[in-house]
Design a protein around this ligand. Structure first.
Ligand SMILES: Cc1cc2nc3c(=O)[nH]c(=O)nc-3n(C[C@H](O)[C@H](O)[C@H](O)COP(=O)(O)O)c2cc1C
Length: 158
């Protein structure tokens, strides 16, 4: 059975909350769709993920915020540092999408999410949905984003 990996990097909990919403939405879809969409959902904090672990993930959603001046959340600084300089593993054939969380009042709006998106693409992963950069009003936009995500993703998870 395919697995959807929902990975989050957070400092103050917003990205974790959205990752939980994604997990919940995914589980609802599998319940409703029956045989048309059977997949497992795994939610993980990026602080517990290594770049090499991505090689065993077929479907990857990253929700990550930006801190400092365009920096990763402190807890997943190591993961991001390693990812940004990585030339392996190859992620060819893997599906991914990035949801970037930030605040437009900062100069490098959603900079960390943007760099994660670029790094995953560089390793060969296939984007299933263009990166979305969420401002502080993210809660108002989640639902539309989730519809787009699962419209593209669900056919790949059968
Ligand atoms: C001290 C501080 C620095 C921040 N720096 C940035 C930044 O450089 N770029 C950005 O887009 N957002 C920045 N933000 C906004 C956060 O990314 C935003 O609040 C986000 O929703 C936090 O998500 P999280 O709770 O998952 O960490 C910053 C917020 C704080 C409090």
């Amino acid at each position: 059975m395919p697995t959807l990996n929902v990975l989050f990097g957070t400092e103050s909990g917003n990205s974790e909350k959205l990752a939980s919403s994604i997990e919940l939405t995914a589980k609802e879809i599998t319940k409703i769709a029956g045989d048309k969409a059977k997949f497992d959902v795994v939610r993980k904090n990026l602080k517990d993920v290594k770049v090499d672990d991505l090689a065993s993930m077929e479907n990857i959603i990253v929700v990550i915020s930006t801190w400092g001046e365009g920096d990763p959340p402190g807890s997943c600084e190591k993961f991001c540092k390693d990812l940004f300089k990585a030339s392996s593993p190859s992620l060819a054939g893997k599906n991914y999408a990035v949801l970037a969380m930030g605040d437009k009042s900062y100069a490098d709006f959603c900079g960390c999410g943007r760099r994660v998106d670029e790094a995953l693409a560089k390793l060969g992963a296939s984007s299933i949905l263009a990166r979305k950069d969420f401002d502080l009003d993210f809660a108002a936009h989640y639902e539309n984003w989730a519809v787009e995500l699962f419209t593209n993703l669900t056919p790949k998870l059968v």
